[in-house]
Design a protein around this ligand. Structure first.
Ligand SMILES: [Fe+2]
Ligand SMILES: [Fe+2]
Length: 258
C-alpha cells in the first residue's frame, strides 16, 4: 500500500481547500484518530492502515456549504484516487465505504474499520474544547450564513451540529469519552447564549477569523487571546488535543485503568 505517496498527493489539495476548518490539520488528525480507534477497539494492523487512508480521503471534496453531501462526493473522488495510486482492488470498496458513511448518523456498521472515520471525525474532531473554536470559525466562513452576525449564526450552527453527535449514535463502551468531550461544546453554547464574557470573546474572535479566512485554524487558536480563566482552559484543552496529548487519557476512558 502506497500510503506515503497518497499523503503527498492529499496534503497540497487540502491546503488549498475552500473551507479553512477542513484543511490539512483536520485531515491528518482525523486519519491518526481513525487509526487509533481501530487499534484500541481491537482491529487488525491492516484495518489500522486502511482507516488511516480513509481518514486522509474523507473530506477530499469539501465545499463551503452543508447543502451538498460532501461525504458522497468525497467517496466518489476517493475511489478514483485509490485506483490511480494502485491500491489493491479488493480493499478500495472498504475505504470508500468508510468515507461515504463518515458524515451522518451511523449506518449499520460492518466492521471496526467501517466506523473508524466516523468515530474519529465525531468524537475527536467534532467534540471537545477544540470543536468550540473550529465550529465557531466554520459559522464565520460557511456560505450558508453569509450576512449573519456571530450572535445569530453560532447558535444555529450548534443546533445543526449537535444533531450529528447525539449520544445514542455511539456504543456504550464510548460513553465515558463521549460525556467528557460533549461537555465542552454544551458548556460553551449555554454561556454564549447567556452572553458570558469569555464565551462572547471566543465566539466573536474565531467567527471573525473564519470570515476573514487569512489564518489556518491552528494559527487562529494559538493566537487567540482569552480574557478569563475559562477561556484559557478551553484554549489549553484545544491545543493539547491538537498536539496529540489527550490520547493516553482518552484510552483510559475507553479501556478503563488509571
Ligand atoms: Fe466530513
Ligand atoms: Fe472531516
Amino acid at each position: 500500500m502506497n500510503t506515503e505517496a497518497l499523503e503527498n498527493y492529499c496534503k497540497p489539495v487540502y491546503e488549498k481547500a475552500p473551507s479553512l476548518i477542513h484543511r490539512w490539520g483536520h485531515i491528518k488528525r482525523a486519519a491518526v484518530g481513525a487509526k487509533w480507534f481501530v487499534k484500541i477497539l481491537g482491529g487488525t494492523k491492516e484495518e489500522e492502515e486502511l482507516s488511516y487512508v480513509a481518514g486522509l480521503l474523507h473530506d477530499i471534496v469539501r465545499p463551503n456549504t452543508e447543502k451538498i453531501d460532501h461525504a458522497v462526493a468525497s467517496a466518489e473522488e476517493a475511489e478514483k484516487i485509490l485506483k490511480k495510486f494502485g491500491f489493491a482492488e479488493e480493499k478500495i470498496p472498504l475505504i470508500v465505504q468508510c468515507v461515504r458513511d463518515h458524515r451522518k448518523k451511523p449506518v449499520q456498521w460492518e466492521s471496526i474499520l467501517h466506523k473508524s472515520v466516523f468515530l474519529s471525525d465525531k468524537i475527536l474532531e467534532q467534540m471537545g474544547a477544540y470543536i468550540v473554536f473550529r465550529r465557531v470559525a466554520y459559522a464565520g466562513e460557511i456560505e450558508d450564513y453569509k450576512g449573519m452576525t456571530a450572535e445569530e449564526a453560532i447558535p444555529i450552527r450548534w443546533e445543526n451540529a449537535l444533531k450529528k453527535t447525539e449520544k445514542k449514535f455511539f456504543p456504550e463502551s464510548l460513553f465515558k469519552i463521549y460525556e467528557y468531550q460533549n461537555k465542552w461544546q454544551i458548556d460553551f453554547i449555554e454561556e454564549f447564549k447567556k452572553k458570558e464574557e469569555w464565551a462572547l470573546n471566543l465566539g466573536k474572535e474565531l467567527f471573525k477569523q473564519g470570515r476573514e479566512g487569512n489564518k489556518t485554524l491552528e494559527q487562529a487558536i494559538e493566537e487567540f487571546n482569552p480574557v478569563t480563566e475559562k477561556g484559557k482552559e478551553f484554549k489549553k484543552e484545544a491545543i493539547d488535543y491538537m498536539q496529540g496529548k489527550k490520547f493516553i487519557e482518552f484510552e483510559k476512558m475507553i479501556l478503563g485503568g488509571n
